[in-house]
Design a protein around this ligand. Structure first.
Ligand code: MG
Length: 250
């Protein structure tokens, strides 16, 4: 069932989103050649708690950290560790969320450590643009397929692959609620978007091919089948009468 949020609940989600955004930006600033993925996680975690939030990810399904930190061919769900050093030219995806008074925010960003390749820069720019196009399609009266089609068409027009096994989601008093929000689809098809719906929209775009696999050793990390990089951007978005409102943005 899709839960519609009241204006009071949207206010709480706006605060959860503000905390999530500031934590994500702290993580982005911590991405430097020589830093570890745990350094990034620490910056995220400290920001969430200092702002009166709780990390949504910590303990979720047993996940051991406040942020997922995924480098290059790691698509999502990378586990931060003190051993993993970020190298010059890596692209680093950070995904984090905060709980505030029982409501969640969820957001992700991909950033390069130092100078990276032209193709990696293009991958990040296209993925971020996919997110903006998806948000622009999140209008009341539109359908879920309009969001997915916006992402898929733009990514494929640049020759990139679209991850299909992992998708965006409804969000509110739980981090993951109905509906699923795929990054592919047919315009004009699927669930109709209504005011009060809140969606975590999160394109995961691969440099080559759609395929991914899960690391059996850690049980979490998702890699590209090609071994080439992937990028991930995410915002939590409220559908309103006046159009989409990004809750994870100041
Ligand atoms: Mg999410």
């Amino acid at each position: 069932m899709i839960i519609l949020k009241t204006s009071r609940e949207l206010e709480l989600m706006r605060e959860a989103g503000r905390i999530s955004h500031l934590a994500l930006m702290a993580g982005v600033r911590a991405v430097q050649p020589g830093a570890t993925t745990m350094d990034v996680n620490r910056a995220v975690h400290e920001t969430i708690t200092s702002l009166g939030g709780k990390p949504s990810f910590l303990g979720y399904g047993g996940f051991p950290a406040a942020a997922c930190v995924s480098i290059n061919d790691e698509v999502i769900h990378g586990i931060p560790t003190k051993r993993r050093k970020i190298q010059e030219g890596d692209i680093v995806s950070i995904d984090t969320g905060a709980i505030y008074q029982g409501f969640h925010g969820d957001n992700a960003f991909t950033v390069a450590a130092g100078e990276t390749s032209q193709r990696c820069r293009e991958l990040m720019e296209v993925t971020q643009r996919c997110l903006e196009l998806a948000i622009a399609a999140a209008l009341p009266g539109n359908r879920l397929g309009d969001i997915g089609a916006a992402v898929e068409e733009y990514a494929r027009s640049h020759g990139f692959g679209v991850v299909k096994e992992y998708v965006g989601h409804g969000i509110g008093s739980e981090m993951h609620q109905e509906p699923e929000v795929p990054n592919y689809g047919r315009a004009g098809h699927g669930q109709r978007l209504r005011p009060g719906m809140t969606l975590a929209i999160e394109p995961m775009i691969n440099m080559e091919g759609d395929g991914v696999w899960k690391d059996k050793k850690d049980g979490w990390t998702i890699h590209t089948a090609s071994g080439l990089p992937s990028a991930h951007f995410e915002n939590t978005v409220a559908i309103t009468e006046n159009g989409p409102v990004v809750l994870t943005r100041p």
